[in-house]
Every structure is written in structure tokens, then in C-alpha cells.
Design a binder for this molecule. Structure first.
Ligand SMILES: Cc1cc2nc3c(=O)[nH]c(=O)nc-3n(C[C@H](O)[C@H](O)[C@H](O)COP(=O)(O)OP(=O)(O)OC[C@H]3O[C@@H](n4cnc5c(N)ncnc54)[C@H](O)[C@@H]3O)c2cc1C
Length: 526
């Protein structure tokens, strides 16, 4: 059987960092759905958090991360993130990555919401993701790494012993091919573009989550989604992100009458945690009020924030008026494929890294600028591990069990996006979530989990993935009867530590197939 050593799915920072480390001793194949640079990583504006300044300390970074995560974080995972961050970022700088500097040559540390210290590194102001991605791309050793673009992974190949032994890919002509591999890494990002209002790239649509669930892996914490408070909002649509760093530099959220909406809401006012800011803006919008970022106090805005300025100007916003119209929208998934500190999933041979993984670092809400960092730190650790593991003999491929789906009908992606935004968005309640879940179940989730990819188009497979992931979000959000971090239930508005702090909602294929609506609770702490 022809096989490659390591397949990495996706081309964001997590994939590239893993590939660079792994390729020091193994051959890697990167497979990505669109072009290499089409990722959330490329769009990231705010920066990368790291406790490297003299007055900072990883333990302060840890405290801020856990506070933002509403104490639901996996403390070991957070410790690994913040303690390895200075080493991994120093390595990146040593390899030639240029972060923004002060005139004396020292690194410039920016401030962001819910950080207690200035610790955010930027590159070219608000184009950090683009420049980090370009740097990583320039470090790929193409004699050890094959790159396959415009090709989606549509199924994971499973062996008789339930391990993962490869991927099935579909090219743009709809042709399916099997690639066997010793190690398969999912780095496919979150699921933002399943929502109508989002900051995410169009290719980031939850594929990895659905693929992993279908292959038998455990998925958890799907109710925890971060809504970014400030996406540029014109003509009822979002058009990219207005970075948190804009508020870090002093911008204030106001109504069209100039009322400062965060004044009496939180002691940190406009720098309050994201979910607090997003919910406040949303509550004004629900009453028909437009909300704006007043940027009039920021000198040289265009120089500080060239990416934001570009997005605004290309959408007809006159920055000289000092106001940017904003709306919240889906930004980041805290949950995902359950992984350990080496990014191993519950399926042998299958790994997940970056936003698609749930290491537990983010808890119930991500601290700003911790996710590029997560991809870099965990990608580094995974690559190091994969580079060192001995060759793996693949077990025999399981007999094809894929069923033909009757495909009576699948919903349009736009209908899923609207339904998720309205019923599983920033403010949720049991009634809406139950109706969303019931609607999704009419598409027979149990059948969709076993559908064979061969007879379907990429469009149909994307819809199937979207239905499955949406169901995971709806059911998990319905079951968590409290509000915590990114998950806000108006019918259960309080954090209920006694019942929920140590309780996680974890899914596997069998649990989902049972479709009884019985939640599977698992105590994650003693
Ligand atoms: C506008 C914006 C601004 C942000 N700003 C910041 C910031 O300042 N700081 C910060 O820390 N974080 C920020 N984030 C979050 C951060 O960018 C992401 O969490 C992070 O980049 C995720 O990296 P990743 O490598 O896991 O996945 P991504 O960068 O999302 O890449 C996923 C890749 O997988 C590919 N893919 C998906 N499905 C398939 C499939 N079936 N087959 C093959 N390939 C597939 C996609 O095409 C893509 O290449 C921002 C996000 C956005 C959207």
C-alpha cells in the first residue's frame, strides 16, 4: 500500500508550524481546500500575546487567560501555552520574523481587552496574521513538504482497529482519491462561516469537526463560541474585523447620539471581555440603535491600523468623520476536537491542532490574541513529537460501511447561516435552540454520519458537514443551562458553578446517533 508519512490538512499557522517542525525528520503533505493563503490566520489583525516584557510574567498571562475563560479552562493546557510562548516566539524571531519595534529597537508590546499587561506583539501594525503566515511559508522546506492546493479532505480513512490511516480528498473536478498516511493532522480551523455574521474566511466552515466526529473522535465544548464585538457593519452585512486593538488605543463604543454604551456595564468599560462587549452592542442593535466606534481620539489612525482603514474605505466609510459602524459576529470556536498536550485525539493516528482542536486552553472564552499563539505553541510541540515517533505500520482498512444517503433534500448553506445566527447566536434561549435542533434533525443526522463521500458533490458534502456541526452547537447550547463565557442563555443568565463549572458536554458518533436528546455529561475534574 502506497503511503506518505504525515498528512496535514489546512494551511493556517497551526498547519504551517506543525509542518516546519515535523519536516525536520519526516516527509509531510499539506492539503488545503483553497489557496495556501486562504485562512483565518492570514486575516488575523490584533496580534500575538506573550509574556516577554520585563514587568510581565507567564503566571500573569495564565491568570488573565483563565479569568477570560471563566475558570473553565484546562489549567495544564494554559500553563503549557503561556510558559512555552516566550520560547516559541523567541525562536520565531531568531528565524527572522519581524515584530514591530520601538525606536530603541526593543519590541513594542500592545494592550488588548482583558489583558492586565501590555503583551501583544504586532507585525506591520494590524497585519500580524499575514506577516506571520508569510514568514512560516518562507520557512517551508519544499524538498520535504508537498503542497496540494484546491483540494478538500472529505473523509478520514479508518482501519479495522478503529485507527485513522489516511484521508480521502476531492479535487475541484469532484474526483476522489485516497491518501494513506502514518499520521493525519487536522488543522482546519473553526466553524465561523456557518454563521451569517462572521469575521472568518469562507473556507473555515467546520469540516474538520464533522470529519473527526464521523471517524469516531470525541468533540467537546461546542456551545462555547466567541462573538467578536466589532465587525464592520454596512447595509446589513459584516465586512471584516475592526480589531480589538482599536479599543486598546482608546476608541469608545457609542450610539448615534454619542452615548457611551460601556460606561456603566463593566469596570473595564470598552476593554471589558469580548462577550460582555458583544452582548451590550447586540442589545442596542435589538432596540434598533446603530452602534459606532468613536475613533476621533486616535491620531494617525490609518498608519496605526492600515488593514482596518483599508476595509473601511473599500466599504465607503469616511474615516475623517471619526466613526465606524460595528456589529458583533461569530469569530472563534473555543470547543472542538478533544486533544491532549501532544494534540492527540481519541482516535489513534489522528491529531488536531489550532482552532479545530479543544485543548481546553480557552475555557469558555478566549483571551484576545491567544489563538495564533495556540497554533504556534501546540503546532511546535506536535511537530516535535511527530518528527520523533517511530514509523507506524498501518492496520487493514475497515470494510466500507458508508451508506447511501437518501438525500431527500439538504438545506441551503444560507438557511443554516441565518438560523444559527438567529437561534444559536450571541443571546440564546431554550425555545430557539430546541427549534433549531428539531429543524436540523429533519435531515437525519444519524444517516449523515455514515454517508459515503464517493457519490456526492463537494457542495453536498459541505452541507452535510454544516448540518452535523450546527447540530452539535445547537444541542450543546441547549443542554448547558447556564451562561458562561461566550455562551449566553437569557433564560439561564447566571454562571452556575455548583452544577456546571466541572461539567463538560462531550460527543462521539454513537452519542449523536442515539439522537435521544440525552446529554452526555462528563466530569472533567475531580
Ligand atoms: C479576522 C480575524 C482576525 C483575527 N485576529 C486574531 C488576532 O489578532 N490574534 C489571534 O491570536 N487570533 C486572531 N484571530 C483568530 C485566529 O486567526 C485563528 O484562530 C487562527 O488563525 C486559527 O488558525 P488555524 O491554523 O487553526 O486555522 P485557520 O487559519 O483558520 O486555517 C484553516 C485552514 O484549513 C483549511 N481547510 C478547512 N477545511 C478544509 C478541508 N476540508 N480540507 C482541506 N483544507 C481545509 C482552510 O482553507 C484553511 O487553510 C482572528 C481571526 C479572524 C477571522
Amino acid at each position: 500500500m502506497d503511503k506518505v508519512e504525515v498528512v496535514i490538512v489546512g494551511s493556517g499557522v497551526a498547519a504551517l508550524q506543525t509542518a516546519i517542525e515535523t519536516s525536520k525528520s519526516k516527509h509531510v503533505t499539506i492539503i488545503t481546500k483553497s489557496k495556501l493563503r486562504h485562512s483565518n490566520s492570514y486575516l488575523a489583525q490584533g496580534g500575538i500575546a506573550v509574556a516577554m516584557s520585563e514587568q510581565d510574567n507567564p503566571s500573569f498571562h495564565q491568570k488573565d487567560t483563565i479569568q477570560a475563560g471563566r475558570y473553565y479552562n484546562n489549567e495544564h493546557a494554559v500553563k503549557m501555552l503561556v510558559e512555552q510562548a516566550p520560547y516559541v516566539i523567541s525562536n520565531l524571531i531568531d528565524s527572522g520574523m519581524r515584530f514591530d519595534h520601538n525606536q530603541d529597537g526593543s519590541l513594542t508590546y500592545g494592550m488588548e481587552g482583558a489583558h492586565s499587561e501590555r503583551r501583544i506583539l504586532h507585525s506591520h501594525g494590524d497585519a500580524t496574521g499575514k506577516f506571520v503566515t508569510e514568514h512560516l511559508l518562507s520557512k517551508l522546506d519544499t524538498s520535504k513538504i508537498d503542497i496540494v492546493e484546491d483540494t478538500a479532505v472529505v473523509e478520514l480513512i479508518i482501519a479495522e482497529d478503529h485507527s485513522c490511516i489516511g484521508v480521502k480528498v476531492m479535487n475541484q473536478k469532484g474526483q476522489v482519491e485516497s491518501i494513506y498516511a502514518e499520521h493525519i493532522v487536522l488543522a482546519t480551523g473553526g466553524c465561523g462561516s456557518l454563521f451569517q455574521l462572521t469575521s472568518n474566511a469562507s473556507t473555515v466552515a467546520g469540516d474538520g469537526l464533522a470529519l473527526a466526529l464521523k471517524a469516531g473522535a470525541r468533540i467537546r465544548d461546542m456551545e462555547f463560541i466567541q462573538f467578536h464585538p466589532t465587525l464592520l457593519y454596512c447595509n446589513g452585512k459584516t465586512h471584516g474585523l475592526v480589531s480589538e486593538a482599536v479599543r486598546g488605543e482608546g476608541a469608545i463604543l457609542v450610539t448615534s447620539h454619542g452615548k457611551k454604551i460601556m460606561e456603566a456595564v463593566h469596570p473595564l468599560k470598552d476593554l471589558a471581555p469580548r462577550h460582555v462587549v458583544a452582548q451590550t452592542i447586540y442589545s442596542y442593535m435589538e432596540q434598533g440603535e446603530m452602534v459606532f466606534l468613536d475613533i476621533s481620539m486616535i491620531d494617525h489612525f490609518k498608519e496605526h491600523f492600515p488593514t482596518v482603514a483599508d476595509i473601511c474605505e473599500s466599504n465607503g466609510i469616511n474615516l475623517d468623520e471619526g466613526k465606524i459602524p460595528v456589529s458583533p459576529g461569530n469569530h472563534f470556536l473555543m470547543g472542538g476536537i478533544e486533544t491532549d498536550e501532544l494534540s492527540r485525539t481519541s482516535v489513534k493516528g489522528l491529531y488536531a491542532v489550532g482552532e479545530v482542536a479543544c485543548t481546553g486552553v480557552h475555557g469558555a472564552n478566549r483571551l484576545a490574541s491567544n489563538s495564533l499563539l495556540e497554533g504556534l505553541v501546540y503546532g511546535h510541540a506536535l511537530g516535535h513529537y511527530l518528527g520523533a515517533v517511530p514509523p507506524r505500520k498501518l492496520a487493514k482498512e475497515a470494510r466500507q460501511t458508508g451508506v447511501k444517503h437518501s438525500l431527500r433534500m439538504l438545506p441551503e448553506i444560507a438557511d443554516i447561516q441565518n438560523s444559527l445566527m438567529q437561534k444559536a447566536g450571541i443571546v440564546r434561549n431554550g425555545k430557539d435552540l430546541a427549534s433549531l435542533k428539531a429543524w436540523l434533525e429533519t435531515y437525519r443526522i444519524d444517516e449523515l454520519l455514515d454517508v459515503a463521500c464517493e457519490d456526492l458533490t463537494l457542495d453536498q458534502l459541505s452541507k452535510i458537514n454544516a448540518v452535523i456541526v450546527s447540530w452539535l452547537i445547537a444541542e450543546s447550547a441547549l443542554m448547558r443551562k447556564e451562561s458562561r463565557g461566550g455562551h449566553y442563555r437569557e433564560d439561564y443568565p447566571i454562571e452556575n458553578d455548583a452544577e456546571w463549572l466541572h461539567t463538560s458536554i462531550v460527543w462521539d458518533k454513537n452519542k449523536v446517533k442515539s439522537l435521544k436528546g440525552n446529554v452526555y455529561y462528563e466530569s472533567i475534574k475531580a
